[in-house]
Design a protein around this ligand. Structure first.
Ligand code: CMC
Length: 436
Protein backbone atom coordinates (compact mmCIF):
# COMPACT_ATOMS: atom_id res chain seq x y z
CA UNK A 1 0.00 0.00 0.00
CA UNK A 2 1.35 3.45 -0.77
CA UNK A 3 1.64 5.63 2.23
CA UNK A 4 0.69 8.99 0.80
CA UNK A 5 -1.29 10.13 3.81
CA UNK A 6 1.07 12.47 5.48
CA UNK A 7 -0.66 14.33 8.23
CA UNK A 8 -0.12 17.98 7.52
CA UNK A 9 -0.47 20.80 9.95
CA UNK A 10 -2.71 23.62 8.81
CA UNK A 11 -0.91 26.81 7.85
CA UNK A 12 -0.66 29.33 10.59
CA UNK A 13 -1.02 32.70 8.96
CA UNK A 14 0.99 35.57 10.21
CA UNK A 15 -2.39 37.12 10.98
CA UNK A 16 -3.79 36.75 14.45
CA UNK A 17 -7.17 37.39 16.00
CA UNK A 18 -7.24 39.79 18.89
CA UNK A 19 -9.52 38.84 21.78
CA UNK A 20 -10.43 41.22 24.58
CA UNK A 21 -12.28 39.79 27.57
CA UNK A 22 -14.70 41.64 29.88
CA UNK A 23 -12.11 41.63 32.70
CA UNK A 24 -9.70 43.54 30.49
CA UNK A 25 -7.40 40.61 29.61
CA UNK A 26 -6.47 40.42 25.98
CA UNK A 27 -4.88 37.76 23.86
CA UNK A 28 -3.52 37.31 20.35
CA UNK A 29 -4.82 34.05 18.87
CA UNK A 30 -3.27 32.46 15.77
CA UNK A 31 -5.42 32.16 12.66
CA UNK A 32 -4.97 28.85 10.86
CA UNK A 33 -5.85 28.41 7.19
CA UNK A 34 -6.84 25.19 5.45
CA UNK A 35 -5.93 24.20 1.89
CA UNK A 36 -9.27 25.53 0.61
CA UNK A 37 -8.71 28.84 2.40
CA UNK A 38 -10.94 28.05 5.37
CA UNK A 39 -9.98 30.21 8.33
CA UNK A 40 -10.09 29.14 11.96
CA UNK A 41 -9.03 30.77 15.19
CA UNK A 42 -6.79 28.51 17.24
CA UNK A 43 -7.99 28.88 20.83
CA UNK A 44 -5.81 26.13 22.32
CA UNK A 45 -3.96 28.67 24.50
CA UNK A 46 -7.10 30.45 25.68
CA UNK A 47 -7.75 28.68 28.97
CA UNK A 48 -4.13 28.46 29.99
CA UNK A 49 -3.64 32.17 29.39
CA UNK A 50 -6.96 33.61 30.56
CA UNK A 51 -8.90 30.93 32.49
CA UNK A 52 -11.72 31.14 29.91
CA UNK A 53 -13.02 28.37 27.70
CA UNK A 54 -15.26 28.60 24.63
CA UNK A 55 -18.72 27.07 24.63
CA UNK A 56 -20.35 25.73 21.50
CA UNK A 57 -23.04 23.13 22.23
CA UNK A 58 -23.49 20.69 19.32
CA UNK A 59 -20.13 21.97 17.94
CA UNK A 60 -21.75 23.96 15.11
CA UNK A 61 -18.77 26.28 15.12
CA UNK A 62 -15.97 24.13 16.44
CA UNK A 63 -13.21 22.54 14.42
CA UNK A 64 -12.16 19.47 16.38
CA UNK A 65 -9.17 18.66 14.19
CA UNK A 66 -7.52 19.38 10.89
CA UNK A 67 -7.94 16.61 8.35
CA UNK A 68 -6.69 15.74 4.85
CA UNK A 69 -9.51 13.37 3.99
CA UNK A 70 -12.74 15.06 2.90
CA UNK A 71 -13.65 18.58 1.91
CA UNK A 72 -17.17 19.98 2.05
CA UNK A 73 -18.32 23.44 1.06
CA UNK A 74 -21.88 23.46 2.35
CA UNK A 75 -22.78 26.77 0.73
CA UNK A 76 -21.74 25.62 -2.73
CA UNK A 77 -22.85 21.99 -2.40
CA UNK A 78 -19.30 20.66 -2.85
CA UNK A 79 -18.10 17.28 -1.56
CA UNK A 80 -14.66 15.88 -2.37
CA UNK A 81 -12.80 12.82 -1.15
CA UNK A 82 -9.04 13.52 -1.09
CA UNK A 83 -9.64 16.29 -3.62
CA UNK A 84 -11.72 14.24 -6.07
CA UNK A 85 -15.27 15.58 -6.68
CA UNK A 86 -17.94 13.15 -5.53
CA UNK A 87 -19.67 13.40 -8.92
CA UNK A 88 -16.55 12.04 -10.68
CA UNK A 89 -16.03 9.24 -8.17
CA UNK A 90 -19.73 8.32 -8.44
CA UNK A 91 -19.46 8.07 -12.20
CA UNK A 92 -16.08 6.41 -12.66
CA UNK A 93 -14.96 4.68 -9.49
CA UNK A 94 -15.74 1.49 -7.60
CA UNK A 95 -16.41 1.19 -3.89
CA UNK A 96 -13.16 -0.72 -3.30
CA UNK A 97 -11.19 1.99 -5.10
CA UNK A 98 -12.89 4.75 -3.10
CA UNK A 99 -12.22 2.87 0.15
CA UNK A 100 -8.54 2.65 -0.76
CA UNK A 101 -8.44 6.34 -1.71
CA UNK A 102 -9.99 7.43 1.56
CA UNK A 103 -7.73 5.36 3.78
CA UNK A 104 -4.40 5.75 1.94
CA UNK A 105 -4.87 9.15 0.37
CA UNK A 106 -4.26 8.30 -3.32
CA UNK A 107 -6.12 6.34 -5.96
CA UNK A 108 -4.60 2.85 -6.12
CA UNK A 109 -2.57 1.66 -9.09
CA UNK A 110 -4.01 -1.39 -10.87
CA UNK A 111 -1.72 -3.65 -8.79
CA UNK A 112 -2.58 -1.93 -5.53
CA UNK A 113 -6.29 -2.20 -6.25
CA UNK A 114 -6.06 -5.84 -7.17
CA UNK A 115 -4.09 -6.54 -3.98
CA UNK A 116 -6.71 -4.69 -1.92
CA UNK A 117 -9.53 -6.63 -3.59
CA UNK A 118 -7.63 -9.84 -2.86
CA UNK A 119 -7.39 -8.84 0.81
CA UNK A 120 -11.14 -8.18 0.88
CA UNK A 121 -11.83 -11.62 -0.57
CA UNK A 122 -9.34 -13.36 1.72
CA UNK A 123 -11.06 -11.89 4.75
CA UNK A 124 -14.72 -12.24 3.83
CA UNK A 125 -15.42 -15.26 6.06
CA UNK A 126 -16.38 -15.00 9.71
CA UNK A 127 -14.70 -17.12 12.33
CA UNK A 128 -17.09 -19.98 13.20
CA UNK A 129 -17.13 -18.77 16.80
CA UNK A 130 -18.37 -15.41 15.62
CA UNK A 131 -20.92 -17.03 13.33
CA UNK A 132 -22.22 -19.06 16.25
CA UNK A 133 -22.56 -15.86 18.26
CA UNK A 134 -25.53 -14.92 16.07
CA UNK A 135 -27.46 -17.61 17.95
CA UNK A 136 -27.30 -15.39 21.03
CA UNK A 137 -29.49 -12.73 19.39
CA UNK A 138 -33.27 -12.97 19.04
CA UNK A 139 -34.52 -13.05 15.42
CA UNK A 140 -36.18 -9.67 15.92
CA UNK A 141 -32.98 -8.06 17.28
CA UNK A 142 -32.23 -4.75 15.57
CA UNK A 143 -29.53 -5.25 12.93
CA UNK A 144 -27.68 -2.13 14.10
CA UNK A 145 -27.37 -3.56 17.62
CA UNK A 146 -26.13 -6.83 16.16
CA UNK A 147 -23.69 -5.05 13.83
CA UNK A 148 -22.11 -3.00 16.55
CA UNK A 149 -21.82 -5.97 18.91
CA UNK A 150 -20.37 -8.21 16.22
CA UNK A 151 -17.79 -5.67 15.06
CA UNK A 152 -16.60 -5.32 18.63
CA UNK A 153 -16.63 -9.08 19.10
CA UNK A 154 -14.64 -9.61 15.90
CA UNK A 155 -11.56 -8.21 17.66
CA UNK A 156 -11.76 -11.20 20.04
CA UNK A 157 -11.25 -13.49 17.05
CA UNK A 158 -8.73 -11.24 15.28
CA UNK A 159 -6.43 -9.87 17.99
CA UNK A 160 -4.26 -8.40 15.22
CA UNK A 161 -7.01 -5.81 14.74
CA UNK A 162 -6.07 -4.51 18.17
CA UNK A 163 -2.33 -4.32 17.50
CA UNK A 164 -1.78 -1.40 15.22
CA UNK A 165 1.31 0.10 16.76
CA UNK A 166 2.95 0.17 13.34
CA UNK A 167 1.64 0.90 9.86
CA UNK A 168 2.21 -2.66 8.66
CA UNK A 169 -0.93 -4.09 10.21
CA UNK A 170 -3.25 -1.40 8.95
CA UNK A 171 -4.00 -2.72 5.42
CA UNK A 172 -5.04 -6.09 6.80
CA UNK A 173 -7.08 -4.64 9.67
CA UNK A 174 -8.86 -2.24 7.29
CA UNK A 175 -9.61 -5.00 4.79
CA UNK A 176 -10.90 -7.29 7.53
CA UNK A 177 -13.35 -4.67 8.77
CA UNK A 178 -14.57 -3.57 5.33
CA UNK A 179 -15.00 -7.15 4.21
CA UNK A 180 -16.47 -8.71 7.33
CA UNK A 181 -18.97 -5.92 8.03
CA UNK A 182 -20.80 -7.01 4.87
CA UNK A 183 -20.82 -10.66 5.93
CA UNK A 184 -22.07 -9.74 9.41
CA UNK A 185 -24.86 -7.60 7.93
CA UNK A 186 -26.02 -10.34 5.55
CA UNK A 187 -25.84 -13.06 8.21
CA UNK A 188 -27.94 -10.99 10.61
CA UNK A 189 -30.56 -10.57 7.88
CA UNK A 190 -30.66 -14.31 7.13
CA UNK A 191 -30.98 -15.05 10.82
CA UNK A 192 -33.84 -12.54 11.17
CA UNK A 193 -35.86 -14.26 8.43
CA UNK A 194 -35.04 -17.79 9.54
CA UNK A 195 -33.01 -18.74 6.46
CA UNK A 196 -29.64 -20.48 6.49
CA UNK A 197 -26.67 -18.15 6.27
CA UNK A 198 -25.02 -18.11 2.86
CA UNK A 199 -21.25 -18.11 2.90
CA UNK A 200 -19.50 -15.48 0.77
CA UNK A 201 -18.47 -16.41 -2.75
CA UNK A 202 -14.85 -15.46 -3.48
CA UNK A 203 -15.56 -15.19 -7.20
CA UNK A 204 -17.90 -12.25 -6.79
CA UNK A 205 -17.20 -8.54 -6.52
CA UNK A 206 -17.76 -6.75 -3.20
CA UNK A 207 -21.33 -5.65 -3.97
CA UNK A 208 -22.39 -8.77 -5.89
CA UNK A 209 -21.08 -10.89 -3.03
CA UNK A 210 -23.14 -8.96 -0.50
CA UNK A 211 -26.29 -9.39 -2.61
CA UNK A 212 -25.51 -13.10 -2.94
CA UNK A 213 -25.24 -13.49 0.84
CA UNK A 214 -28.47 -11.54 1.32
CA UNK A 215 -30.67 -13.13 -1.31
CA UNK A 216 -29.33 -16.51 -2.44
CA UNK A 217 -31.00 -19.52 -0.92
CA UNK A 218 -29.59 -23.07 -0.78
CA UNK A 219 -31.34 -24.19 -3.97
CA UNK A 220 -31.34 -20.92 -5.91
CA UNK A 221 -28.47 -18.57 -6.47
CA UNK A 222 -29.45 -14.92 -6.67
CA UNK A 223 -28.27 -13.32 -9.91
CA UNK A 224 -28.60 -9.54 -9.65
CA UNK A 225 -28.99 -7.30 -12.68
CA UNK A 226 -25.76 -5.34 -13.35
CA UNK A 227 -27.74 -2.12 -12.71
CA UNK A 228 -28.57 -3.36 -9.21
CA UNK A 229 -24.91 -4.00 -8.46
CA UNK A 230 -23.98 -0.59 -9.84
CA UNK A 231 -26.72 1.14 -7.77
CA UNK A 232 -25.45 -0.55 -4.61
CA UNK A 233 -21.88 0.45 -5.40
CA UNK A 234 -23.01 4.04 -5.98
CA UNK A 235 -24.88 4.05 -2.67
CA UNK A 236 -21.76 2.86 -0.83
CA UNK A 237 -19.47 5.36 -2.58
CA UNK A 238 -21.75 8.27 -1.70
CA UNK A 239 -21.86 7.23 1.95
CA UNK A 240 -18.14 6.46 2.28
CA UNK A 241 -17.13 9.63 4.13
CA UNK A 242 -18.49 12.97 5.23
CA UNK A 243 -15.77 14.57 7.37
CA UNK A 244 -16.56 15.32 11.01
CA UNK A 245 -20.18 14.10 11.22
CA UNK A 246 -21.56 12.66 14.46
CA UNK A 247 -20.43 9.04 13.96
CA UNK A 248 -17.00 9.93 12.56
CA UNK A 249 -16.38 12.36 15.39
CA UNK A 250 -17.40 9.54 17.74
CA UNK A 251 -14.87 7.21 16.12
CA UNK A 252 -12.14 9.84 16.46
CA UNK A 253 -13.16 10.60 20.03
CA UNK A 254 -13.13 6.94 21.09
CA UNK A 255 -9.88 6.37 19.19
CA UNK A 256 -8.29 9.30 21.02
CA UNK A 257 -8.26 7.19 24.20
CA UNK A 258 -6.14 4.74 22.11
CA UNK A 259 -9.10 2.37 21.91
CA UNK A 260 -8.50 -0.12 19.11
CA UNK A 261 -9.88 0.23 15.60
CA UNK A 262 -12.77 -2.22 15.86
CA UNK A 263 -13.94 -0.83 19.23
CA UNK A 264 -13.81 2.67 17.77
CA UNK A 265 -15.81 1.86 14.63
CA UNK A 266 -18.32 -0.18 16.67
CA UNK A 267 -19.04 3.02 18.58
CA UNK A 268 -19.44 4.80 15.24
CA UNK A 269 -22.18 2.31 14.34
CA UNK A 270 -24.04 3.23 17.55
CA UNK A 271 -23.77 6.96 16.83
CA UNK A 272 -25.00 6.41 13.28
CA UNK A 273 -28.11 4.58 14.47
CA UNK A 274 -29.96 7.72 15.60
CA UNK A 275 -32.74 9.14 13.38
CA UNK A 276 -31.06 12.53 13.13
CA UNK A 277 -28.03 10.83 11.56
CA UNK A 278 -27.96 7.54 9.60
CA UNK A 279 -31.27 6.36 11.03
CA UNK A 280 -32.93 9.05 8.92
CA UNK A 281 -32.89 6.76 5.86
CA UNK A 282 -35.32 4.40 7.63
CA UNK A 283 -37.37 7.30 8.91
CA UNK A 284 -37.77 8.72 5.38
CA UNK A 285 -39.25 5.50 4.02
CA UNK A 286 -41.57 5.22 7.01
CA UNK A 287 -42.68 8.81 6.39
CA UNK A 288 -43.30 8.16 2.68
CA UNK A 289 -45.20 4.95 3.47
CA UNK A 290 -47.31 6.76 6.03
CA UNK A 291 -48.24 9.43 3.49
CA UNK A 292 -48.98 6.75 0.91
CA UNK A 293 -51.04 4.55 3.23
CA UNK A 294 -53.08 7.34 4.84
CA UNK A 295 -53.57 9.17 1.55
CA UNK A 296 -52.57 12.40 3.33
CA UNK A 297 -52.01 15.15 0.76
CA UNK A 298 -48.37 16.25 0.62
CA UNK A 299 -49.46 19.84 1.29
CA UNK A 300 -51.05 18.73 4.57
CA UNK A 301 -47.87 16.93 5.62
CA UNK A 302 -45.83 20.04 4.86
CA UNK A 303 -48.22 22.16 6.95
CA UNK A 304 -47.81 19.77 9.88
CA UNK A 305 -44.04 20.05 9.55
CA UNK A 306 -44.30 23.85 9.65
CA UNK A 307 -46.42 23.62 12.80
CA UNK A 308 -43.68 21.36 14.23
CA UNK A 309 -46.10 18.46 14.64
CA UNK A 310 -43.90 16.40 12.31
CA UNK A 311 -40.41 16.58 10.85
CA UNK A 312 -39.59 16.32 7.18
CA UNK A 313 -37.13 13.44 7.41
CA UNK A 314 -34.30 13.45 4.88
CA UNK A 315 -34.34 17.24 4.80
CA UNK A 316 -31.91 19.70 6.31
CA UNK A 317 -28.23 19.43 7.08
CA UNK A 318 -25.81 21.01 9.51
CA UNK A 319 -23.33 21.80 6.75
CA UNK A 320 -25.19 21.92 3.41
CA UNK A 321 -27.10 25.17 3.10
CA UNK A 322 -27.58 25.04 -0.64
CA UNK A 323 -27.96 21.45 -1.76
CA UNK A 324 -26.50 18.08 -0.82
CA UNK A 325 -24.66 16.83 -3.94
CA UNK A 326 -25.25 13.24 -2.84
CA UNK A 327 -29.03 13.74 -2.88
CA UNK A 328 -28.85 15.07 -6.44
CA UNK A 329 -26.96 11.98 -7.62
CA UNK A 330 -29.22 9.60 -5.72
CA UNK A 331 -32.41 11.18 -7.06
CA UNK A 332 -31.27 10.51 -10.62
CA UNK A 333 -30.02 7.04 -9.68
CA UNK A 334 -33.41 6.19 -8.13
CA UNK A 335 -35.17 7.29 -11.32
CA UNK A 336 -32.77 5.29 -13.49
CA UNK A 337 -32.89 2.12 -11.40
CA UNK A 338 -36.67 2.02 -11.13
CA UNK A 339 -37.09 2.56 -14.84
CA UNK A 340 -34.47 -0.11 -15.72
CA UNK A 341 -36.13 -2.61 -13.39
CA UNK A 342 -39.60 -1.59 -14.57
CA UNK A 343 -40.68 -0.78 -11.03
CA UNK A 344 -43.25 1.87 -10.35
CA UNK A 345 -42.87 3.03 -6.75
CA UNK A 346 -45.41 5.62 -5.60
CA UNK A 347 -42.99 6.53 -2.81
CA UNK A 348 -40.65 8.08 -5.40
CA UNK A 349 -43.50 10.24 -6.70
CA UNK A 350 -44.42 11.30 -3.15
CA UNK A 351 -40.78 12.13 -2.42
CA UNK A 352 -40.53 14.31 -5.53
CA UNK A 353 -43.78 16.05 -4.66
CA UNK A 354 -42.57 16.66 -1.11
CA UNK A 355 -39.29 18.05 -2.40
CA UNK A 356 -41.05 20.40 -4.79
CA UNK A 357 -43.49 21.58 -2.12
CA UNK A 358 -40.71 22.19 0.39
CA UNK A 359 -38.34 23.94 -2.00
CA UNK A 360 -40.99 26.51 -2.87
CA UNK A 361 -42.18 27.07 0.69
CA UNK A 362 -40.90 30.03 2.70
CA UNK A 363 -40.38 27.91 5.86
CA UNK A 364 -37.83 25.68 4.13
CA UNK A 365 -36.33 28.39 1.93
CA UNK A 366 -35.69 30.68 4.91
CA UNK A 367 -34.01 27.89 6.86
CA UNK A 368 -32.07 26.64 3.83
CA UNK A 369 -33.47 23.14 4.13
CA UNK A 370 -32.78 20.85 1.15
CA UNK A 371 -33.03 17.09 0.60
CA UNK A 372 -30.05 15.31 2.12
CA UNK A 373 -28.42 11.96 1.29
CA UNK A 374 -31.16 10.04 3.08
CA UNK A 375 -34.08 11.47 1.12
CA UNK A 376 -33.81 9.29 -1.99
CA UNK A 377 -31.46 6.53 -0.85
CA UNK A 378 -34.22 4.39 0.69
CA UNK A 379 -36.07 4.21 -2.63
CA UNK A 380 -32.95 2.68 -4.18
CA UNK A 381 -32.45 0.26 -1.28
CA UNK A 382 -36.14 -0.71 -1.49
CA UNK A 383 -35.79 -1.43 -5.21
CA UNK A 384 -32.71 -3.57 -4.52
CA UNK A 385 -34.78 -5.56 -2.01
CA UNK A 386 -33.07 -4.43 1.20
CA UNK A 387 -35.56 -4.47 4.09
CA UNK A 388 -36.20 -1.12 5.74
CA UNK A 389 -34.71 -2.09 9.10
CA UNK A 390 -31.39 -2.77 7.34
CA UNK A 391 -31.13 0.69 5.75
CA UNK A 392 -28.92 2.15 8.44
CA UNK A 393 -26.75 -0.97 8.34
CA UNK A 394 -26.22 -0.23 4.64
CA UNK A 395 -25.12 3.27 5.56
CA UNK A 396 -22.68 1.75 8.08
CA UNK A 397 -21.20 -0.59 5.46
CA UNK A 398 -20.66 2.40 3.20
CA UNK A 399 -19.18 4.60 5.94
CA UNK A 400 -16.66 1.99 7.11
CA UNK A 401 -13.74 3.30 4.96
CA UNK A 402 -14.38 6.84 6.19
CA UNK A 403 -14.37 5.77 9.83
CA UNK A 404 -11.18 3.78 9.29
CA UNK A 405 -9.51 6.67 7.45
CA UNK A 406 -10.33 9.10 10.25
CA UNK A 407 -9.31 6.69 13.00
CA UNK A 408 -6.00 6.11 11.19
CA UNK A 409 -5.36 9.79 10.58
CA UNK A 410 -5.94 10.59 14.25
CA UNK A 411 -3.90 7.55 15.32
CA UNK A 412 -0.92 8.69 13.27
CA UNK A 413 -1.09 12.13 14.80
CA UNK A 414 -0.88 10.54 18.27
CA UNK A 415 -2.70 13.56 19.60
CA UNK A 416 -4.00 14.13 23.08
CA UNK A 417 -7.13 12.41 24.36
CA UNK A 418 -10.30 14.28 23.32
CA UNK A 419 -11.77 15.77 26.42
CA UNK A 420 -14.14 18.74 26.06
CA UNK A 421 -14.82 21.01 28.98
CA UNK A 422 -18.11 22.40 30.26
CA UNK A 423 -19.66 25.34 32.01
CA UNK A 424 -21.09 23.96 35.23
CA UNK A 425 -24.62 25.25 36.00
CA UNK A 426 -25.63 22.96 38.92
CA UNK A 427 -25.98 23.71 42.62
CA UNK A 428 -23.15 25.37 44.54
CA UNK A 429 -21.52 23.43 47.33
CA UNK A 430 -23.96 22.24 50.02
CA UNK A 431 -23.72 19.95 53.01
CA UNK A 432 -25.06 16.42 53.07
CA UNK A 433 -28.12 16.48 55.41
CA UNK A 434 -27.45 15.27 58.95
CA UNK A 435 -28.91 11.82 59.68
CA UNK A 436 -32.38 12.04 61.22
N1 CMC B 1 -37.90 19.39 9.02
C1 CMC B 1 -38.42 20.53 9.51
N2 CMC B 1 -37.70 21.52 10.05
C2 CMC B 1 -36.37 21.35 10.10
C3 CMC B 1 -35.76 20.21 9.59
C4 CMC B 1 -36.57 19.20 9.04
N3 CMC B 1 -36.04 18.09 8.55
N4 CMC B 1 -34.43 20.29 9.77
C5 CMC B 1 -34.22 21.48 10.36
N5 CMC B 1 -35.39 22.11 10.57
C6 CMC B 1 -35.58 23.46 11.15
C7 CMC B 1 -35.39 23.41 12.66
O1 CMC B 1 -36.63 23.15 13.31
C8 CMC B 1 -34.85 24.77 12.92
O2 CMC B 1 -35.92 25.69 12.86
P1 CMC B 1 -35.96 26.98 13.89
O3 CMC B 1 -34.70 27.74 13.60
O4 CMC B 1 -37.21 27.68 13.57
O5 CMC B 1 -35.95 26.36 15.27
C9 CMC B 1 -33.95 25.06 11.71
O6 CMC B 1 -34.53 24.28 10.66
C10 CMC B 1 -32.50 24.68 11.91
O7 CMC B 1 -32.45 23.30 12.26
P2 CMC B 1 -31.50 22.64 13.33
O8 CMC B 1 -32.19 21.48 13.94
O9 CMC B 1 -30.96 23.70 14.24
O10 CMC B 1 -30.34 22.16 12.39
P3 CMC B 1 -29.16 21.20 12.82
O11 CMC B 1 -28.01 21.59 12.02
O12 CMC B 1 -29.00 21.17 14.30
O13 CMC B 1 -29.69 19.74 12.42
C11 CMC B 1 -30.35 17.92 11.09
C12 CMC B 1 -29.43 19.14 11.21
C13 CMC B 1 -29.91 17.11 9.88
C14 CMC B 1 -30.21 17.04 12.32
C15 CMC B 1 -31.80 18.40 10.92
O14 CMC B 1 -31.94 19.15 9.73
C16 CMC B 1 -32.80 17.25 10.93
O15 CMC B 1 -33.24 16.84 12.00
N6 CMC B 1 -33.17 16.70 9.74
C17 CMC B 1 -34.04 15.57 9.67
C18 CMC B 1 -33.25 14.29 9.97
C19 CMC B 1 -32.33 13.93 8.84
O16 CMC B 1 -32.73 13.92 7.68
N7 CMC B 1 -31.09 13.58 9.16
C20 CMC B 1 -30.08 13.15 8.19
C21 CMC B 1 -28.98 14.13 8.06
S1 CMC B 1 -27.91 13.86 6.62
C22 CMC B 1 -27.19 12.30 6.84
C23 CMC B 1 -26.50 12.08 8.13
O17 CMC B 1 -25.89 12.98 8.72
O18 CMC B 1 -26.52 10.96 8.58
Amino acid sequence: MSNATEVKSPNTESKTAHLTLPDGQSLELPVVVGSENEHAIDIAALRGSTGHITIDPAYGNTGACSSDITYIDGDKGILRYRGYPIEQLAEHSSYAEVAYLLIWGELPTADELSHFRWLLTENEMLHEGLRNAFEGFPPYGHPMAILSAMINASACYHPDMMQLEDDEHMPLAAAKLISKVRTIAAFSYKKSIGQPMRYPNPNLSYCANFLHMMFSIPYARYEPEPEVIRALSLFLILHADHEQNCSTSTVRMVGSSRANLSASVASGVCALWGPLHGGANMAVIKMLEQIQQTGMPVSEYVEKVKKRELKLMGFGHRVYKNFDPRAKILKKAADDLLSTLGISDPKLDIAKELEEAALTDEYFVERKLYPNVDFYSGIILNAIGIPTNMFTVMFAIGRMPGWIAHWYEAFKESGRICRPRQVYTGPNVRDYPAAK
